[in-house]
Design a protein. Structure first.
Lengths: 371, 730
């Protein structure tokens, strides 16, 4: 049995919200505007709704195999070969998303806070904080996420409200942007922006109320959908199309425009302070999920020995993109597009196979023992 | 960790007064070369095969025999000693702790005493700690060591298991070098011969050398007279009680039947002739010795293998005074003092329930100090009580002189800065925590008590919060949270803003700061470090300075030096304000240990801010959050009941009205969980305010009861009696 702590319901929901919503503080709104134009705020709604449907499939799998994570379930249904292939797909999604997000966060911090500090140093700090978090375990990360939950809520609320004076609602029109068809297409294709919800499936054995995993996921997606669509809406109204396509750090740029009297201006630094904490939590969750997937796939009794290796590899790969636009494009066009196959399509196939077998009255062998 | 420990051992041994050549004498292995020992003589310390040390003891014996008479290197000797001492429960093992190395007897020699076949006697020379400094003469003890010890003797009631079994009653002779026979002697029943008992007692108590030990032999006027004696410690026992309640009735009463047996005499003396309010029987040497050194008087009677212990404790002690570290405006002004019984009484006065239990445990090997474990039977989770007692009983230290030391031995994570127990000098506070389901610890000789388990939020609470109305209590808590933030982050934020993010500051203020800093030759970070270290120096000096000079030094240090530093352009004026606010913030934290943690963590944030600005501060906050949520206090997550979240009464961050606090803390898993019904103010029920005084209102089912009815998982605590101490009170 893999050494693991226990994660409560509130903590799991808070962690999932952080995992899904922290992308708002990097280039995510800009990417939404790229495909959704003036209706960029509709893309998250469609994507997260699609993601919710995908998560329902995952929840059905978890319900069918209680007490097991998606890794064990995949191996049990698809066998060791295809099951491990599926697991590698999950790992690739989470790991790639984590390192690209880490690169984007580092670039954001470097641009907003520390322009003269080498990027490697900034990234190293992130990696160090993430390393400590993963070492302390999922219990600590999720509790920290719950403890800091008011931070992200207050940040988003204040950021959006205080930016409203600069918003121009006319920029919302045309209301359907490139058209409903294209909106639907891009929303579904990029549904992997909700892929982090699979975190609940990875840590399912650790959930204190495992039978409520479906509720947890749906609540987290609902909260994230609301905040994400509102934030993107504020962004495209503050920076009307096509200006919004050229804002690499939407949140930062939006916060620079906040002006509430002489003493409350140029407060973007305070927001970046909160974003850094959000970024640390997201990266910690991503690294932890990747590590746990790997540990379960390798049937390790404990996961901590592989944490330094994962951290070093992630740190190295984070510098693979030559610049932040490349990293952003890789994240949005590669990970958030094809990643949906790994996190939603593969579990759907697994569920189909499981149902077919059940209909035929056969189950595959002995239950795979989780690492 | 063992590597670092060994390094430290090396350094300390180099700096110590020990002669390295005599290191081997410290090692029990070398006893075979000492004259008088037979091959069967046990060579390891006091643990018997039947103790919890078990196989290790046997292993230690085997090692001792293997090494024989050969010279062992210092490092090898230390390693061997570590292995054996880890199995020797009698030796107060944390054997690697170099600080205690100075207090152990260093030299062993063996002289055969007596000609009892099959027995070996080892006369030890116990070096007192004074010798390290003053080269005082040795004092000797001699004990008989049987060749084998047949298993552990069960500890008497109230004594701890395992480690304490072999802890000698011979407190002065130290823990190191005890033989297995010590344990047998300590538990050896008293002899029927009075002189034999007196001889053993005199030897143990160093009668003759120890001027405090008083032995008064007399005769009880039976026919023929029965010899008797009392043993007590002058200064610890009340002479008036001895004279009036022991000697007088025994020496002046006559008409005892000449045909009485010794046991009959004992019975009559105990039941009819000793008017002491506490009289107990002691059957072994250790019980007598422990009683004498605690201040009781022991009566020995010829022909009785039982001693009578009469409560005669009386010594000069400080009275009940005001608290020094937890002063309040509105609330009781009593504080604990150094006498355990007084402290327990102070708590008992406030918790008028027969279920308040005060268990006394002995802590320490050299000096066995009483430690009271307080809890409410039927309310407190038995698992928590068992865990507390388990940790205390497992302490292997020579002397625990204060609860601050005790705290360090029982906390979960010693390396974490934040405290995992709550130290208080207020009996009302301890009573309040006991009523919630915590466990309290009091140590004889310490004016501070400990509360376990504790959470982060409790460390920010003060006693006064509950004595004030809820808006004021809530306001004070918000102030304290802000104070904690200021104490931790204010200097770091100042450095980050001035060095990395000056655009945050309004232009006028920025110009003012720039103007004041123009002549300062140091970078901001250095300036802050200078001021912070100076303030820490002033604070520390203020504690040590004599009382008369204290206020003067405060004024000199804080005002004049600060003003002089500003005038000399060493620091900027705004930094003086920053440092002052930071200091006030740390003073506003109610818990002393928590304030200390904030003071130390502050420097880490200063370093992070100097290097990475707000980014460093954010990373530091994240890591600190992680450390806090992963810390536990006796198994309870440190950030409970926020993370992990659990429903609780409104007494976490804010303070809700007292009449709405219906639930006890969820992490304590008490039984029952409810402390008062949903409508605690019964007068608000039937008839309204002007109604005549109603009969006791019906108890409304509380939220907790409704939760249970709805099928919410019940707490994991063992079921206890209901309605204890809380539920039903209006």
């Amino acid at each position: 049995m893999l050494e693991e702590g226990r994660i409560g319901t509130n903590e799991a929901v808070a962690a999932t919200v952080y995992f899904l919503a922290s992308k708002l503080f990097i280039s995510f709104p800009q990417q939404m505007a790229t495909v959704g134009l003036t209706a960029a705020w509709v893309i998250p709604i469609i994507s997260f709704s699609t993601g919710a449907l995908g998560f329902l499939i995952i929840a059905a799998l978890l319900k069918r195999y209680p007490g097991k994570s998606i890794v064990e379930i995949s191996e049990q249904i698809a066998g060791p070969v295809f099951g491990n292939l599926a697991t590698l797909g999950y790992f690739a999604f989470f790991f790639a998303a984590t390192i690209l997000v880490m690169r984007q966060f580092s670039e954001t911090v470097g641009t907003a806070l520390l322009p003269r500090t080498p990027l490697s140093v900034i990234t190293a700090i992130f990696v160090l904080a993430t390393l400590i978090a993963v070492y302390l375990g999922g219990e600590a990360i999720t509790r920290a996420a719950f403890l800091a939950a008011p931070l992200i809520v207050i940040t988003l609320v204040f950021l959006n409200i205080l930016s409203l004076p600069q918003a121009n609602l006319d920029a919302m029109f045309p209301i359907f942007g490139p058209g409903p068809g294209k909106l639907l297409y891009h929303g579904v294709v990029h549904s992997a922006i909700a892929g982090e919800v699979m975190f609940l499936a990875v840590v399912a054995p650790q959930l204190r109320d495992g039978h409520k995993v479906k509720t947890m996921g749906l609540i987290a997606i609902a909260i994230t959908t609301f905040f994400t669509s509102v934030s993107v809406l504020v962004f495209v109204t503050v920076f009307p199309y096509p200006l919004c396509l050229h804002i690499p750090y939407p949140g930062y740029e939006t916060s620079t425009l906040i002006y509430v009297g002489r003493f409350f201006q140029r407060v973007e630094v305070a927001f970046v302070f909160l974003w850094v904490i959000s970024g640390c939590i997201e990266l910690a969750l991503g690294a932890y999920t990747s590590t746990m997937i790997l540990a379960r796939m390798l049937k390790l009794p404990i996961y901590r020995p592989i944490v330094p290796a994962v951290a070093i590899i992630g740190y190295t790969l984070a510098f693979t993109p030559p610049d932040v636009p490349t990293a952003t494009r890789l994240d949005f066009e590669l990970v958030r597009t094809f990643g949906g196959i790994a996190v939603f399509v593969v579990p759907a196939l697994l569920l189909l196979v499981a149902q077919v077998r059940e209909a035929r009255g056969t189950r595959r062998g002995e239950p795979t023992r989780g690492a | 960790m063992s590597f670092l420990r060994n390094i430290l051992n090396e350094i300390v041994s180099l700096l110590s007064f020990e002669n390295p050549a005599r290191e081997e004498e410290f090692v029990l292995d070398t006893q075979p070369k000492l004259p008088g020992l037979t091959s069967d003589a046990p060579r390891t310390g006091g643990a018997s095969p039947g103790t919890s040390a078990g196989p290790d003891t046997e292993q230690g014996k085997a090692q001792g025999r293997e090494q024989g008479t050969g010279q062992v290197g210092r490092r090898a000797a230390r390693r061997d000693r570590a292995q054996r001492l880890s199995a020797v429960t009698a030796l107060g093992a944390a054997p690697e702790h170099t600080a205690r190395g100075f207090l152990r007897p260093k030299k062993l020699s063996a002289v055969s005493v007596g000609a009892d076949a099959g027995r070996a006697t080892l006369r030890r020379r116990a070096r007192s700690p004074l010798e390290i400094h003053g080269r005082d003469a040795f004092h000797e003890t001699s004990e008989e060591i049987p060749p084998s010890v047949s298993g552990a003797t069960p500890s008497p009631k109230g004594q701890q298991e395992g480690s304490s079994e072999a802890q000698g009653a011979q407190g002065q002779s130290g823990g190191q070098g005890r033989q297995e026979g010590d344990k047998a002697d300590e538990l050896k029943p008293l002899a029927e011969n009075l002189q034999a008992n007196l001889g053993a007692l005199k030897e143990v108590l160093h009668y003759g050398l120890n001027s405090d030990v008083i032995v008064r032999e007399f005769e009880i006027p039976t026919s023929p007279p029965t010899k008797a004696a009392i043993v007590f410690m002058e200064g610890l026992a009340s002479k008036d009680i001895i004279d009036l309640a022991i000697l007088q009735p025994l020496m002046l009463i006559s008409n005892l039947n000449k045909d009485l047996r010794a046991s009959d005499v004992l019975e009559i003396v105990e039941r009819r002739l000793l008017p002491g309010n506490q009289v107990s029987r002691k059957h072994n040497l250790r019980g007598v010795v422990e009683g004498v050194i605690a201040g009781t008087t022991c009566l020995l009677i010829e022909g009785c293998a039982t001693a009578l212990e009469v409560e005669t404790k009386s010594w000069e002690h400080r009275g009940v005074s005001q608290p020094t570290a937890e002063m309040v405006v509105h609330g009781p002004q009593e504080a604990f003092n150094e006498t355990l019984k007084n402290n327990v009484a102070l708590v008992r006065r406030r918790m008028r329930t027969p279920d308040l239990v005060s268990e006394i445990l002995k802590v320490g090997t050299l000096s066995r100090v009483d430690c009271a474990v307080l809890y409410v039977e039927g309310l407190t989770n038995p698992k928590l009580v068992a865990e507390v007692k388990r940790r205390i009983n497992a302490i292997k230290a020579d002397h625990i002189q204060d609860t601050g030391v005790l705290e360090q031995f029982i906390e979960d994570r010693p390396l974490v800065l934040v405290p995992q127990t709550l130290s208080t000098e207020r009996p009302d506070r301890m009573a309040a925590f006991l009523a919630e389901g915590h466990v309290g610890l009091l140590l004889d000789g310490s004016p501070f008590g400990l509360i376990v388990p504790v959470t982060f939020w409790s460390l920010l609470h003060a006693a006064e919060d509950h004595f004030l109305r809820w808006p004021f209590g809530t306001f004070l808590r918000i102030v304290r949270v802000a104070a904690l933030g200021a104490a931790l982050l204010l200097p770091a934020v100042y450095i980050a803003v001035t060095n990395f993010h000056p655009e945050m500051i309004p232009t006028d203020l920025l110009l003012a700061i720039a103007a004041t800093r123009e002549k300062v030759p140091f970078p901001t970070a250095v300036e802050v470090i200078i001021m912070e270290m100076s303030f820490e120096l002033i604070r520390e000096a203020g504690i040590r300075v004599p009382g008369v000079i204290g206020p003067t030094l405060g004024i000199v240090g804080a005002l004049i030096l600060g003003q002089a530093a500003v005038a000399a352009s060493i620091v900027s004026p705004i930094l003086v304000i920053i440092v002052a606010l930071t200091a006030l913030g740390s003073f506003a934290i109610p818990n002393f240990n928590m304030a200390f943690a904030a003071r130390i963590t502050r420097f880490a944030y200063i370093a992070l801010a100097a290097a990475f600005g707000f980014y460093g501060i954010a990373a530091g906050v994240f890591v600190q959050m992680l450390i806090y949520v992963s810390t536990r206090s006796f198994g309870v997550p440190f950030m409970s009941p926020v993370a992990p979240f659990a429903q609780s009464s409104g007494d976490v961050v804010l303070r809700y009205p007292s009449w709405s606090m219906e639930l006890r803390p969820p992490f304590l898993q008490t039984s029952p969980r409810e402390r008062q019904p949903e409508v605690a103010r019964g007068w608000t029920q039937a008839g309204g305010v002007d109604a005549p005084s109603p009969s006791p209102p019906p108890v409304q089912p509380s939220r907790g009861a409704r939760m249970k009815a709805a099928g919410t998982p019940a707490p994991a605590a063992e079921p206890g009696p209901q309605d204890k101490g809380g539920a039903g009170r209006a």
